[in-house]
Write a protein that binds this ligand. Sequence first.
Ligand code: ZN
Length: 470
Amino acid sequence: MQSLIKECLASAAERAPGYFTAKVGNDDYLVVTAKNAPAFDVIVADDNTKICPQNNKNAKLLRSVISYLNPVSRKGHKFTIGLGDRLGCAGEGHLKLLAGKGIFPVLAQQSIRELNLTGRTYEDVLASAVWAVFNEGYTGGYGADGDHLKQPFEIEYAISCGYSMITLDCSEHIDNTIMSLDDAALTAKYEEISAPIRKAYEEKYLNCAECGIKFDKKSLMQSVLIYGDAIEYTEMIYNRFIKPNGIDFEMSIDETATPTSPENHYFLAAELYSRGIECETLAPRFCGEFQKGIDYIGDVAQFEKEYIVHDNIARHFGYRLSVHSGSDKFSVFPVIHKVSTGGVHVKTAGTNWLEALRVISKVDPALIREIYEYAVENLPIAQAYYHIRPSQADAPSIKDMCDCKLPTLLDVEDTRQILHITYGLLLNEKCDGRYVFRDRLYDCLKNNRAAYADGLKVHIGKHLALAFGV
Ligand code: ZN
């Protein structure tokens, strides 16, 4: 144990007076020589030096003494990227890639669904980001996003953990039945709203000539009925949690049945604005499909046409667009780069999980074979909560595939998606009380940190180059 002090001191790099990061083998440590330091968990100590584990408790305590380790708002940054890190070991690679590029990173970004599927907590996710920031010596600021939160208790939880950003998902308050109503049913439902309120809407919107938006009576009725409840709900959440805590706010309406029309977007934005709700970003549902882990599916020319209108509306009301499921959407990134000169937020989530699997496919063929076979076998379970096109029948057999070809599983759309959406099942699978894949997967990544960081540099680097031109 005493030798650990020596080994740590040999590699220690100071990150703040009296606080060092040290790497021994594949393990990182916090080394503390500061007097009056908080009560860290300690592995071993002598009179002058404490060697501490990089755990959740120590991350929280270290945040109390080193201010740049705390997540901050994206306000003032034009170009920002969400880098959801499901395993919690991509932060180092992300920060190496971002160095000097002028893009503000949201390093901690997970939805409740992702937490449930990975068996992690918001404390875990934030601690992973804190240690990556500390170990890399990055002082440029980063965000932490409680992503796609729906319920007040979820929002309270994220804020209590120190998250700087909340993405409110109003999908449970958006009426998906409205677009399928015929004219008579639509009018009847609209007329259930009291006459003075309808009159106010009509005066405000039927004469609107801003952002090239023109409402007719039908598109106004639809917008009111689809988003009315969501706006009320957002106002409640905003005044109760967002405003009093100075939280960086994103509104997401991307997980709905139909794309957000320009009229829908304008109506929503204008109503939020008139209620004093300040969004930093807003995520519409764009036309086409943003499926997990693969390129955009749809008409890029149509996307561009609509994206320009959405971007105009965002600029008009003083926020930026947020592009969700941004992993691997390479064919629309050039449009985003060209149009969003005023700024944009792009969220990626699972693509770094696929890069993790790419590392495994290169260094541990036996493990990737097991992972793949399991993913295919359990695909129908994952498809209950993630929408992708390929089914089991589209999954190629790898029995006769040579080891050297296994990394190609991460290049082909069908197998990418199959491996992408089964992460939760893979991470939680147990046999006789022990994880089948989880520990081996983490060990493999820990032993191949440089390869993982290099893979992220190439793959996320392609995102940055195309979406932000850096
Ligand atoms: Zn989303």
